[in-house]
Design a protein around this ligand. Sequence first.
Ligand SMILES: [Zn+2]
Length: 410
Amino acid sequence: MTGISYIRAGWLIDGSGGPILRDVVMTITEGSITHIEKYSEQIVQHRKLTADFSFGAVMPPFIDSHVHLAMSGSMDQQTRENQLVAGCEELEPYIETHLEQLFNHGVLTVRDGGDRDNCVHTYLNRAASLKFPVQVITPGRAWHRKGRYGGLIGRCPAQGETLAEAYLREEGHTSFIKLVNSGLNSLKNYGKETAPQFNAEEIRMLVREAEKDGRKVMVHANGKLPVQEAVEAGCHSIEHGFFMGRENLELMARKGCFWVPTVCTMKAYAEILSYQGNVNGEVVARKNLQHQLDQLRLAREIGVKVVLGTDSGSPGVLHGEGVFEEMKLFTKAGYSLEEIVQSATSLGAELLGITEAGLLQKGRPADFLVTRGTPAQLPRKFSYLESIYLAGKPSEIYLKNPMKHVQGTD
Ligand SMILES: [Zn+2]
């Protein structure tokens, strides 16, 4: 019968965080999953398998909840500086390449962390349809306090204006508002915290206004006070959250605030500083990294909703590939494969408000990734996908893409 297919998978990781299912057959009808059952000889006597992936695992496409599409993850200073001064038109081919890289790593949804000139937003509005079907949510430009960190990705409220007033003055907001409420992490002094950029009341007013329009507020915050203020003000996610401490994690768990820890950025800094021969810098970055891994472990115990985001586009963090770097760090912090996939699928979908994505279950769209190898070989083998299925069919774009063959070395 047309419109129905049967796909066998050695393992199915459904994105819910529940146990991995072993050797199943998915029935797909008109692009949706209509049945999932244990494989047996009897099943294939009656139904001809459309595809047999008994050698590999299937799971929902990944969501990277923190990227910067307008920047490459290059470690080359000159490339970074060129991109930072480039206009939107110049950045378009880069944005397209980043979407290609994401797609080829099975990352089909991203939330951007902002860019100074709103180029990602402009690109999305200009492109009639994207060459690489990656769903992009972007806050456009971030808000930061004048004279404080944030100029690279945003702008500040006008003189004498509160955050909420600035938000209300501007139009064209998308589903997320990005706020910067601290500085960057020090790579010279371990654990050095910066002061909050705004006060809790001002953030609360912004959150209130944003929520009236069904929008969420994502907050860049490192250190105890900047995080505490943002969480108490009702923000929806903390980005980075280095050195926020146990009390903040407990507060986030109580309030259902999501955490996007972007651990891999610090690993990348440690590697860059090592390469540059900056011994002290590398030591500090490695200590920062260890502290963040400890917080990540604690968040799991406390029950914080941790969502995977890479901050790709920041130094040394590549689009797409960064997801697997982050996953490996989650493994180090004690997360199971099921939990890691959940962070990169259904929890990300919950934060981003995309109800149709993130789970591979009956009644859901038959969009999924096919990996080679057993779960024991994951997340390592995520970087080489066997196939990407969209609405029950293998994606032509992925199959034709030469990058697949370049990566397929093992
Ligand atoms: Zn960022």
